[in-house]
Write a protein that binds this ligand. Structure first.
Ligand code: ADP
Length: 503
């Protein structure tokens, strides 16, 4: 195997990834090329990465299909599990370095990537434990037939991931897909291609057979689009924007493949006046600003009951002053830059829109470009008060560190506001009243509702959207449904079949 990885040894030297990973080998792109990956903290390239084109996707899909038809789908579940467990352990060992690489690529603060990536091995372990338990059921009918179902892998999966949490969203797809017996072509986001190639190396070392995981970095409009349209791909697992999902659906329509989508959110974080307000503000501020606001699960609409509204707004302003925005590899940094220049421009434009719509800018709102931060994509943690739910800053996903705080009166209005959105990914509510916790959570239209906590997500907790937030669930046993077909078998115990034309 060619050594695909060379570290840059000095300032200004690029870390080089000259190969794609296809069919268990490191290969040069057939119709792609080398593309520089930008460090969002400096605005300068830090790595040079091979991007594949449509021909490379064709090669990767062929390799994935060969592997699927070959050993992988027929391998007993416990053997697939053993390979996944080896991958989990290699991933655990490499996690500290993977965290640094993800921080370089995405700009996310090292304290966040370390905690996040430090847990990813759990996904591979947990789904490994399910790989030999993919049983169907028997369906009682009568003595004349024996009827049962079998769960079979859907086939070749195209996994398309975003730039905000590249390795987490990959684990959410790869672990259940491999456990189910599928093979995968992974196309990471063009802004964050590096970690997927490192993952390919780990998978190879763990003994994942050639072709079972293929990694082809590339752009969405050609490389991603070819993966979506390819007739040899049985399923697309996608995390990203709703507008991209619609394009993917159209491009994939001709082949009627399967789709699962984890899309955006504008999640309500509801604070009732009877809540433990300190805890609620801990959760609401961190969920507004972590990942620099670039996570679909964040509670970007903070709904606050009117008697405690001013107190909560003041507490947000106080916390914002404590957020250390800085270079993402600095251990002290709470919040790094936005992941790319376009996203920074989008966030700043929404901050303008909020002011034009008449919301009150309580704090933040500016790009930070002094000193070390000069060339990066840094922005202040931002708080808007007096937001009404019909403003664009309350309806559209900003994906920046911007909290929109909206007042409400009573439970019914809280629920109405929470549900008055096209999205339905997640919601949080804070209350000291157990009855209210049950009543309100049951009325919320979202795939996950957190009560007196927020962003609690594990390998075992199903996660996905109602409404425009997506199709299907990742994580939990439900995630396997994305990668399995159900075959129903009906066996006659008599072998007798009436002649329909006898009379
Ligand atoms: P984000 O705003 O989070 O980048 P996108 O939806 O633009 O969300 O991108 C998520 C992923 O989708 C990326 O890997 C990107 O390359 C890919 N992508 C973008 N456009 C397409 C497309 N037309 N077909 C397939 N993949 C695409």
């Amino acid at each position: 195997m060619t050594n695909a990885f060379k570290s840059g040894s000095g300032d200004g030297e690029l870390r080089r990834y000259p190969h794609l990973f296809i069919g268990g080998e490191w290969v040069a792109p057939a119709d792609g090329g080398m593309v520089e990956s930008i460090d969002p903290a400096t605005g300068r390239p830090w790595a040079a990465v091979a991007f594949g084109g449509p021909k490379d996707i064709d090669r990767a899909v062929q390799a994935a299909r060969d592997a699927f038809e070959g050993p992988w789908r027929r391998m007993p579940g416990w053997e697939r599990a053993a390979i996944l467990r080896r991958l989990a352990e290699l991933y655990r060992e490499f996690a500290p370095e993977m965290a640094v690489l993800e921080t370089r690529d995405s700009g996310r603060a090292i304290r966040e990537t370390r905690a996040d990536i430090g847990a990813h091995h759990q996904w591979y372990h947990w789904f490994a434990s399910l790989a030999d338990k993919l049983s169907g059921r028997t369906i009682p009918i009568d003595d004349s037939v024996h009827c049962f179902t079998t769960r079979v892998p859907v086939g070749v999966v195209g996994a398309i991931t975003p730039w905000n949490a590249p390795m987490l969203t990959t684990a959410w797809k790869l672990a259940p897909a491999l456990a189910a017996g599928c093979t995968v072509v992974l196309k990471p986001a063009e802004q964050t291609p590096v970690t997927a190639l490192e993952l390919a190396r780990l998978a190879h070392e763990a003994g994942v057979p050639p072709g079972v995981l293929n990694v082809v970095p590339g752009y969405g409009h050609d490389t991603g689009a070819r993966l979506v349209a390819h007739p040899g791909v049985n399923k697309i697992a996608f995390t990203g924007e709703g507008s991209t999902a619609k394009v993917i659906l159209r491009n994939g329509a001709d082949t009627l493949k399967r789709f699962s989508f984890e899309l955006g959110g504008k999640s309500p974080h509801i604070i009732f006046k009877d809540a433990d307000l300190e805890q609620a503000v801990n959760a609401a501020t961190s969920s507004a600003w972590s990942v620099c606001g670039q996570s679909c699960a964040l509670g970007s609409r903070v709904l606050v009951e009117r008697p405690v509204y001013d107190w909560v707004v003041a507490a947000f302003a106080e916390r914002a002053a404590k957020v250390r925005v800085g270079l993402p590899l600095d251990e002290a940094t709470h919040m790094g830059p936005q992941a790319h220049g376009e996203q920074l421009a989008k966030t700043l434009s929404y901050i303008d829109i909020g002011q034009q719509e008449g919301a009150r800018l309580v704090t933040g709102g500016r790009r930070l470009d002094a000193g070390d931060l000069g060339d990066g994509y840094f922005v202040e943690p931002t708080v808007f008060a007096n937001v009404s739910n019909d403003m664009r800053i309350a309806r559209e996903e900003i994906f920046g560190p911007v909290a929109s705080i909206i007042p409400f009166d009573g439970e019914d209005e809280a629920v109405a506001l929470a549900n008055d959105t096209s999205y339905g990914l997640a919601a949080g509510l804070w209350t000291g009243d157990t009855g209210r916790a049950h009543r309100v959570s049951a009325r919320i239209e979202a795939g996950i509702v957190w009560v007196n906590t927020y962003r609690f997500i594990r390998w075992s907790t199903p996660y996905g959207g109602f409404k425009a937030s997506g199709w299907g669930r990742e994580n939990g046993i439900e995630a396997l449904d994305n990668y399995l077909e159900t075959r129903t078998t009906v066996i006659s115990t008599t072998g007798r079949f009436p002649d329909a034309y006898a009379q």
